[in-house]
Design a protein around this ligand. Sequence first.
Ligand code: NAP
Length: 323
Amino acid sequence: MTSPPLEVVIVGSGPAGLTAAIYCARANLEPLVFEGEPSSTGDQPGGQLMITTDVENYPGFPEGILGPDLMAAFRAQAARFGADLRTEKVSRVDFSRRPFRLWVGDGEAPAATAQAVIVSTGAQSLMLGLEAEERLMGRGLSTCATCDGFFFSGREIAVVGGGDSAMEEALFLTKFATKVTVIHRRDQLRASKIMQDRAFASDRIDFLWNHTVVDILGSDVLEGVRVRHTGNGAEQTLPLAGLFIAIGHRPNTDLFKDSLAMHPNGYLITEPGSTRTNIPGVFACGDVQDDVYRQAVTAAGSGCMAAIDAERWLEAQHDAGHR
Ligand code: NAP
């Protein structure tokens, strides 16, 4: 006998998904959360904070908190109210009819069916693909100036990238660093004219054109980078306290490409001011639908919105006699 459909399934376990889980559980919706699986490098599910060290901008922690500790607290809070947390990765979804169906692995039978689904699969920063990135992430290497800029007061740092993100990060970092070198692989920026003008106008920003980062130096903390000229291949070492990688982000939306409406950049489309997607009963929250703010606290806030949207939608379905 197949189990009856659940009220809500949540896909993803970062701040958005686990906040949605806390709110859904406290609304007696008995949510099932597919947390994802540990990565090939052993990172546990829980989103981008799992690869962050100190988090100093999450409200409520005046002394700061380690990213993995913060996520463990989110998780414990969701579990305390009865959320069913499964360390499994959703491999396929069918949102074409209700109840919605979700599979894990290559199983034939769906792992769960649900009246409502909350998608909170997040996004990931694109990385350079260097071996040292994993070792030094959070130890001088960062993908978020808003989160980590403060740690580099009075130091010399660099930003990799030539787009709007790189300019935005570099400009923000001038509030702290004495010098910010933008390392770009071409001799022209991709960034919008206005962002370029602002960056060129800053006396704290230098540009290293036509260079790629070929190695990040330091065993426990970042000490510098090795860069190579794209034309003549000449290499040099830049001593640095920090490196910010700003070469773009990628939302984790492959799973939904045949079902949910997306912007051309792959982020899910939600109705303004809500978490509703194009499919009634499917909601999206956190970085998977936010390429602007990308903060743990905004993700958590939108997770709360998704839970409330789902709860109200389920109630309306019930009142209308659809269930
Ligand atoms: P982006 O526009 O795709 O720029 C990525 C930059 O990183 C490019 O300059 C690219 O170099 C470089 N890059 C990519 N892969 C690289 C690699 N492996 N090694 C070295 N460099 C690499 O990404 P984004 O800056 O994150 O912006 C994404 C979107 O958000 C854009 O539409 C942007 O306008 C928007 N955005 C807007 C604002 C704002 O208006 N304030 C702020 C942030 C983002 P090439 O140029 O050589 O390809």
